[in-house]
Design a protein around this ligand. Structure first.
Ligand code: NAD
Length: 548
């Protein structure tokens, strides 16, 4: 049971700039050099008794912007390794719960402060070399968002556990926020170090034990994250890092009766598969597993004829092409009125063509490579299709080069048919579909935007006409879980814009929020009667005076 306590008030971590000559730049460059000049390291799993490589196949982890460069090798987990991790969780679960929220919070708050200080360069540099992020993108993810998740979740845990029932005369009612019974299976995507860390950390903060399966292409920063948690004092076995391919780890984890929850971020297809497997196994679990998943998006920018032209260009360029479009929130479909298109077309194309794309170790680039060969092939196919489709036209970019890294030029595809694939399919790369509509068809576009893609993650409306903004907020109420007015649809900040979408984009439990934290507790209501009743009879059972 939790005692009342005073937790620190959370504040967002300030974003550092890494401008030439700044002290933070010097430290970061040294860490980049250290990671890329060393021999490949052994990336290990954590199965509950120290760290060691998984006993299965060894896989090389390479740099997206220099794919011949091997950063490390990872031994994948065998079925026995996964079972060992599950057993470790069971071994430590009681102690971890008994420790109480305050002590668990202290560990994660310490991790936040270490990440803000001495661990910052390691987290950022690992994210840059391993996941192909520029320093700006690494800083807002691996440093700031990770720190924010850790700090704010403690405050959300305080708020959730502070929700207590009313008591009546002679009775004391309490809510006991128990962890789930069993283990939480955290499965993380490649694209955000912070999201990957939060997936195991949020349930662990609430007293759960977790088996964490990161993406193989995020393994390098996942290892730094585990090192950070260990340095902060996380007891062994609470979070077991299990490297491996999803289906192999799931063969053990999803069929285990102790599966109590899944905390997932990744593609819609993977989450739907996991949900299906849980459904198939449902009779075999000790309890109904909690399924929390944030998944794909086809995020829109809808501009009204009154939109500011310069803001539109900036929102599109940053929203679509930062991190080469590999954010779940990245703008990948834009709807621009004819008049606005005519005024911004040249500037948008020129700005896009001028974006520098290159190795992350050169800090002057705007963006870098896509994550791996699979993504490169997907972008290549999408661009080839756009080139050969009569109703679509490539107006910027459209070239690729995989000689050194998985480089795809930021690409703009215009499409006459607003229901074309380019407006419906998540390519998860630097490809922006643009549909130009007649100025008079604004209201019709609200329906088109709402009804085109199966997703509902993020979206932005650009307008200076207030009536248009209100119309869009109403008409697109279900089209995005994160809705932006006069901004790009990316860059949600923990504590400011709780993140997540509905429809095919997930369960919308909002990562880094009290709604998410509440999912990792199984509340027990306790009624304690202070002066117990000692007579079973009710007043109505007494003799009526007229019968006497
Ligand atoms: P992915 O679905 O390919 O992989 C995600 C994770 O699932 C990886 O760790 C992968 O190994 C694992 N996996 C795959 N099959 C599995 C199985 N059968 N059992 C267990 N694990 C399995 O996604 P990705 O390419 O890593 O990430 C990109 C996707 O994530 C995009 O669709 C993007 O929109 C989405 N995303 C969403 C959010 C959000 O908050 N909504 C945030 C980041 C990324």
């Amino acid at each position: 049971m939790q005692t009342s306590s005073s937790f620190p008030h959370p504040v967002n971590e300030p974003v550092r700039g890494y401008a030439p000559g700044s002290p933070e730049r010097t430290g970061l460059l040294a860490q980049l050099e250290a990671y890329t000049s060393a021999d490949p390291i052994e990336l290990t799993g954590h199965f509950g008794r120290g760290r060691r490589p998984g006993g299965g196949e060894r896989v090389a982890v390479t740099m997206p912007s220099d794919h011949h460069h091997v950063l490390g090798n990872v031994g994948l987990s065998t079925a026995d390794d996964v079972r060992e991790a599950l057993a470790a969780g069971e071994r430590v679960a009681r102690d971890w719960d008994d420790l109480g929220l305050e002590a668990r919070a202290a560990i994660f708050l310490r991790a936040a402060e270490l990440a803000a200080g001495p661990w910052r360069d390691r987290l950022n540099a690992a994210t840059m070399v391993g996941q192909g992020k520029t320093v700006q993108q690494a800083e807002i993810d691996a440093a700031c968002e990770l720190i924010d998740f850790l700090r704010f979740n403690v405050d959300y845990a305080r708020q959730v556990t502070g929700v207590q029932p009313a008591s009546s005369s002679g009775v004391w009612n309490r809510m006991d926020y128990r962890p789930l019974e069993g283990f939480v299976y955290a499965i993380s995507p490649f694209n955000f170090t912070a999201i990957a860390a939060n997936l195991p950390a949020a349930p662990a903060l609430m007293g759960n034990v977790v088996v964490w399966k990161p993406s193989l292409t995020q393994q390098f920063s996942a290892q730094v994250t585990m090192d950070l948690f260990e340095a902060a004092g996380l007891p062994e076995g609470v979070i077991c890092l299990v490297p491996g391919r999803g289906p192999e780890v799931s063969a053990v984890a999803l069929s285990d009766p102790r599966l109590a929850g899944i905390h997932f971020t990744g593609s819609t297809a993977t989450f739907q598969h996991l949900w299906g497997e849980v459904g198939r196994n449902i009779a075999g679990y000790h309890a109904y597993p909690r399924l929390v998943g944030e998944t794909g998006g086809k995020d829109f920018v809808l501009a009204h004829p009154s939109a500011d032209p310069r803001m539109t260009v900036t929102a599109l360029v940053r929203g679509a092409f930062e991190y080469s479009g590999q954010k779940c929130s990245a703008a990948s479909r834009a709807y621009l009125p004819d008049s606005l298109w005519r005024s911004i077309r040249d500037e948008l194309v020129e700005t896009t063509e001028a974006l520098s794309v290159g190795d992350v170790r050169d800090l002057s680039h705007f963006t870098s490579a896509v994550i791996d060969q699979r993504s490169f092939a997907k972008q290549s196919d999408a661009i080839a299709r756009a080139r050969s489709t009569a109703s679509t036209q490539i107006v910027a970019g459209g070239t690729l080069d995989d000689t050194q890294g998985w480089f795809v030029r930021p690409t703009i595809v215009t499409g006459d048919d607003p229901y074309d694939e380019v407006f419906r399919t998540e390519y998860f790369g630097p490809i922006l579909g643009v549909h130009v509509y007649p100025d008079g068809e604004w209201e019709k576009m609200l329906e088109v935007v709402d009804g085109t893609a199966s997703y509902a993650l993020t979206g932005a409306v650009l307008a200076t006409d207030r009536r248009a903004i209100e119309q869009a907020q109403r008409g697109l109420r279900r089209a995005a879980g994160n809705f932006y007015v006069n901004d790009k649809p990316t860059g949600a900040v923990v504590g400011q814009q709780p993140f997540g979408g509905a429809r095919a984009s997930g369960t919308n439990d909002k990562a880094g929020s009290l709604w998410n934290i509440a999912r990792w507790a199984s509340p027990r209501a306790i009624k304690e009667t202070l002066v117990p009743v000692i007579d079973h009879r009710y007043p109505h059972m007494g003799a009526d005076p007229k019968d006497r």
